[in-house]
Each structure stands twice: as C-alpha cells, then as structure tokens.
Write a protein that binds this ligand. Structure first.
Ligand code: PLP
Length: 435
C-alpha cells in the first residue's frame, strides 16, 4: 500500500508567503520546482531515511540535503557531537584542536591530500582552489567541462550544471565577460578536444577542474581513458589537476572518486558529507601547492567562521563513522537494488530509461541513448521526467526535482524502503505516459 502524500496545502501557503520575501521563495535555486512545476514541500523534520513536511506527509528521502546525509538524518553520533560542541561555544575566531583533528582525518582518508584548509561551502572551496592553482603556476587559464557544476564561482559559471542548467541560463547575468575570459569549456569524456586544448594552450593553463563522477548534469561516469589522459596531460604541462569531489568525496568511497579510480589529482575540493549537514567545505592537495596559501604563502584566502567548532565536531563524527562502519558495501547493494527496480519498473511501463550509477549515487535519465556528456543528458525527455517526479512525490518518494541531478541512497535506507520506492516507481512510470 502506497501512501498518498499529494495534499500539501500548508506548504503551498508558506511558499506564497516566502516568495514575497525571498527570491523565488527559496535560498538556493535547486530547491524550487522550476524544472518540474508545482510547489516544493516545506520540511519540518528529518528522521533517518525520511523527511516529514509541514502537512504531516512522510517521504522516503533520496536527496539527503543534496548529499551530506550519508547515514540519514539525525544520526545519534553526529547529533551528540554537535550537542557537546554547542555547550562549549559556537565560535571563537581562534584556532582549536578540532581543526587539526579534522585535517588529520581528511589527509588519512583522501589519498592525494597532504595539507588541507577548511572553508564554509563547496563554492568557497572551488573558488579558493582555482586561486591557489593560478598563484602556484603563475598562469590564468582554466579548463572546465560543460555540465559540471563547481558552485557559483564567477569564473566557473559557464556551461554550468545543477540549478544553472535547470534554469536554462548556463551563464549568469552579473558575471562580467572578463571573469570567464580565461575559462575554456570542453566536452566531458571527450579525449580529442582535451588533446587539442592542451596542444594550443597547455602552457597557459593553470588548472583543469572537473567532477570526477558528475552529479550536476545528472550522474555521468568518466571513462578510464578520459581520467588517465587528464592526469597525463596535466603532468606534462605543469597544469594543476583539480578533482572537485564536493559531491563524490566520502560518497563513492571513503577516499572519494580518486581512490575508486586510482587517479591522483594535485588538488581536491570537498563539501557536503564533510560537514554532516553543517556548512563546511575544504580544499587541499600537494604540500608544495598548499604552502602557497596565506599566511605561509602569498595567495590570500580567509574566513571568519572557517573551521567553526560546531561544524568541525559534526564533520569529525561523520568521518569517524565512515571509518568505523565502512558503509560502502551496503551503499553499493542498496544502490544496485534501487537501480534494478527502477529499470524493471520503467521496462514494464515501456518507458525508455538509462540509469547511470556509481554506488549510492544515481540518475534515471528518461532517454533511450547512453548518457556520457551534457548533450546526451539534455536529450532526455524532461516533460515526462516532470510527470514521473510528481507521481513519485505524491506517493511518498522525495527525489531531486530535476532530470539533471543525482539522487542518493543512504546507509540507513532499508530494503523495505527501497522496495516501497520501486512500487511507487511502477505506478509513476505507468502514469507518466499520459498524466
Ligand atoms: C554542491 C557542489 C558544489 C557547491 O557546493 P556549495 O556548498 O553548494 O557551495 C561544488 N561542486 C560540486 C561538484 C557540487 O556538487
């Protein structure tokens, strides 16, 4: 028996009120239902794998705050760490031991990181990494890939994924042409254009930045040749290879995509899971590069609340949980069960889908073609996706509200949760043809 979560009148009235005082009623565009229509449910409470909204509906949550909740909402170990930290003080603006402990944990877990700096968001992490790479190399050029999203950094807001893609404004007003003049945009997984770009501009390229598994045009997986060519060209030309692991870090493996694929970047950016739901980002890498960062080096980067004690406590508890529990075998199993179920449900309803998945991170693309880059992702049937999405939402399943986002399974989703989700998918795929 599937729940009926279609009555959301209180959310609708709060949304109306919020829209008067907040642009679009939301504090981050990906939360609005721009791509699928309708009103987002306003959430009241999280509990493990579930979210409860203000109308009393309960949803199985496959967003997990867009990644952070690897162990579900309100895991006791994380809550306890936050409570203890709160009692001592919320911020000192002075160094604390927790920051060193956090840095040590990150360095032990992520293979390429020798030194690390904490910031407050993924955007800050990528913005800072780009500056450090430019300072280190004395060059200005950067390569990014169409459909990758690296936060709302001016120089990276070209052909960007996530909310920017969904809203159909791949670059944003307010970003002066000068800010992106040194940014070269290439096609993900395209080895030929990468070679040409390095032949032409290799010696002016400070950095190549990419999502080593893309989440922000939906889940897109790199070919092994693409990743190893990147590594080889960057080494050859003295270009800094930056893996933006804000989404994949601690998600696809304890050491991120770099561990999974055995490719060592020069710098790595982290976010999302590292803060366990608190606002944390980090950037790190080779010691010779990180020694360029102020105050030891000349590249300036700072933050009043960076390394915040409450956020560090949450992050440390998260990383320790990962080490103690090794959730990755279970995440793989759960991800596989969900993907297989979606595939069968779509097949039964004769809906064409392509499911891209790595572990607990996946996207159901409504298309009959393989999805390897932005063009193949955007060939999906977004109108049908919107109908499927609303079918799922009305049956108690909370999915990302865009075709071009990844969904996440947590370590606390049970097989029963997944089977209920698949039952909802059977009904929603059947309905999405004509609804
Ligand atoms: C979410 C995300 C960012 C931006 O992080 P914020 O904390 O939203 O600023 C950057 N890069 C990737 C790959 C992301 O998924």
């Amino acid at each position: 028996m599937l729940p009926d979560t279609s009555k959301r009148t209180r959310s609708e009235s709060i949304f109306k009120q919020a829209s008067q005082v907040i642009p679009g009623g939301v504090n981050s565009p990906a939360r609005a239902f721009g791509a699928v229509g309708g009103t987002p449910p306003f959430m009241k409470r999280g509990e493990g794998a579930y979210l409860l909204d203000v109308d009393g509906n309960c949803f199985i949550d496959y967003i997990g705050s867009w990644g952070p909740h690897l162990f579900g909402h309100r895991h006791p170990a994380i809550l306890q760490a936050i409570e203890q930290a709160l009692l001592i003080g919320t911020s000192f603006g002075a160094p604390t031991e927790a920051e060193a402990e956090m840095a040590q944990l990150v360095i032990e877990m992520v293979p390429s990181i020798e030194m690390v700096r904490m910031v407050n968001s993924g955007t800050e992490a990528t913005m800072s990494a780009i500056r450090v790479a430019r300072g280190f190399t004395g060059r200005n050029g950067i390569v990014k890939f169409a459909g990758c999203y690296h936060g709302h950094v001016d120089s990276l807001l070209v052909a960007a994924g996530s909310g920017a893609l969904t809203l159909g404004c791949p670059s944003s007003p307010g970003v002066p042409p000068g800010a992106t003049a040194n940014t070269v945009v290439l096609t993900y997984n395209d080895c030929e254009s990468l070679k040409v770009a390095f032949q032409k501009n290799g010696d002016q390229l400070a950095a190549v930045i990419l999502e080593p598994v893309v989440g922000n045009m939906g889940c897109v997986i790199p070919t092994p040749e693409f990743l190893s060519l990147l590594r080889q060209l960057c080494t050859q030309h003295g270009t800094v290879l930056i893996f933006d692991e804000v989404m994949t870090g601690f998600r696809v493996a304890a050491g991120g995509a770099q561990q999974l694929f055995g490719i060592t970047p020069d710098m790595t950016t982290l976010g999302k899971i590292i803060g366990a739901g608190m606002p944390v980002g980090a950037y790190g890498g080779r010691a010779d590069i990180m020694n360029c960062v102020s105050p030891i080096g000349k590249v300036y980067q700072a933050g009043t609340l960076s390394g915040n004690p409450v956020a560090m406590a949450a992050g440390i508890a998260m990383l320790k949980l990962i080490r103690e529990q090794n959730p990755y075998p279970r995440l793989e199993q759960a991800g596989q069960r969900l993907a297989d179920g979606f595939q069968a449900a779509a097949h039964a309803a004769r809906v064409d889908v392509r499911i891209n998945r790595i572990g607990s991170m996946l996207t159901v693309f409504l298309t009959s073609h393989t999805v390897t880059d932005l063009d193949s992702a955007t060939a999906s049937d977004t109108a049908r996706f919107a109908r499927w999405f609303h079918g799922m939402l009305n049956r108690g399943v909370y999915l990302p509200c865009s075709q071009f986002e990844a969904m996440f399974v947590s370590a606390v989703h049970t097989n029963a949760d997944i089977d209920q989700t698949i039952a909802a998918a059977v009904a929603s795929f059947a309905g999405c043809q004509t609804d």
